[in-house]
Design a protein around this ligand. Structure first.
Ligand code: HEC
Length: 356
């Protein structure tokens, strides 16, 4: 069985050219002005700002626009960028928007010169020294997704270090951290990608995530197995076999292993984005099948409903929207959105229709 074509269509949403260039704000020293790429402050930068940005960020850039927002927009007067404080990172925030927040993507509405001008304009509103150069050990996601394996630090108090992590970075600044033993998604971050520190040969390099944490696996999902053996009810572990970057999307191929470590099937997880009102919503589709055994999805806990498009939807305690299509009962799609809203439903079913 292959994934429905809809997923490939939806994946095309992240095709914008990215300008990511990570840095570690904590370590990198402010750059002397002469080493910095010149600011492209054109005459129309302020006008562009007033037209496209001031309604949320305020006419003076103080973050107090007229628009009612569920999350306040950033004040540019103070500096301090959560999603990266290199010139390229600020431009990236404008091109791709910030998933999960009201900050829209302007990559389709503004030309690249206009984006550079307006990004440099908001930078110029902040104090000098806000914008830095990336450090040398920093890994950069350019215009294709990047997959890196290595040790990741504990992502919250009481959690453990993750020696075998799979870290997937996208040009729009979203980073997914998986565990290779069971393909479990542990965190999603937004902003810069990774810093690879050298630990002098003591067990390879430790990776330092640089983005802002936007999602993490809750306690109960940490032991959740997506698939079960249909006969015995036994949970099946999804061990990562290999990964593949295909165009704008990432595929994680896994083996399905029973509790004794024997292979009973396999499958893929597809990682991409769904565009909802100009903002990319992280989307993952997980498909598994048994070999010589019947394998099925485990039931989820959480609020169950049927969308108006009659898709079975569960809102999980982890703030994910999980969808199962009637014609693909062995595939679960996770949307990283707190609820199945009408606009999310519309975007989702529009991408379903592309299938035919
Ligand atoms: C619909 C409201 C809205 C509009 C219009 C908007 N923004 Fe934003 N923007 C936001 C919000 C809200 C955030 C904060 C996201 C967060 O951190 O929760 C944000 C964040 C940002 C950031 C990231 C700041 C950081 O912390 O790294 C940049 C850069 C940015 N906006 C630039 C712009 C520019 C330039 C424009 C115009 C071209 C613009 N925004 C238009 C709402 C908006």
């Amino acid at each position: 069985m292959t994934l429905p074509r809809l997923l490939l269509a939806a994946g095309a949403a992240s095709a914008l050219v990215a300008l990511a260039q990570p840095n570690d704000p904590g370590l990198a020293a402010p750059t002397p002005a002469e080493n910095r790429a010149p600011l492209t402050l054109g005459l129309d930068a302020k006008a562009l700002y007033m037209t496209h940005c001031a309604s949320c960020h305020g006419e003076s850039g103080d973050g107090k626009g007229n628009e009612e927002l569920e999350r306040p927009a950033r004040s540019f007067l103070l500096g301090g960028y959560s999603y990266g404080n290199t010139q390229k990172a600020v431009r990236r925030s404008v091109i791709h928007g910030i998933p999960g927040t009201p900050m829209p993507a302007f990559g389709a509405t503004l030309g690249s010169d206009e984006i550079n001008a307006v990004a440099d304009y908001v930078i110029s509103l902040g104090p000098p020294g806000t914008i830095v150069q990336p450090g040398e050990s920093v890994l950069v996601v350019e215009d294709r997704p990047l997959v890196v394996k290595g040790m990741m630090p504990a992502y919250e108090q009481g959690a453990f270090r993750e020696p075998r992590s799979l870290v997937v970075g996208f040009p729009n600044g979203t980073t997914f951290q998986f565990r290779t033993e069971d393909s479990r998604l542990l965190t999603v971050r937004q902003g810069e990608f990774l810093d690879r520190r050298d630990w002098g040969g003591r067990g390879g390099s430790e990776l330092q995530p640089l983005g802002t944490l936007t999602w993490k696996a809750g306690r109960e999902s940490r032991n959740f197995t997506e698939f079960v053996d249909a006969e015995s009810g036994e949970g099946l572990r999804r061990k990562v076999k290999r990964t593949e970057v295909k165009g704008d999307d990432v595929w994680i191929h896994f083996d399905l292993l029973n509790e004794r470590g024997a292979r009973v099937g396999g499958g893929q997880e597809f990682v991409s984005f769904l565009m909802v009102e100009g903002v990319p919503v992280p989307m993952r589709a997980i498909l598994g099948s048994g070999e010589g055994r019947t394998v099925k999805l485990r039931e989820l806990t959480g609020a169950q409903s049927r969308g108006r498009d009659s898709i079975a939807v569960t809102t999980t305690p982890d703030r994910l929207v999980a969808c199962v299509l009637d014609d693909a009962p062995n595939m679960r799609i996770y949307l990283h959105a707190p609820a199945y809203t009408p606009s999310l439903g519309l975007a989702f079913s529009a991408s379903l229709q592309k299938k035919d």
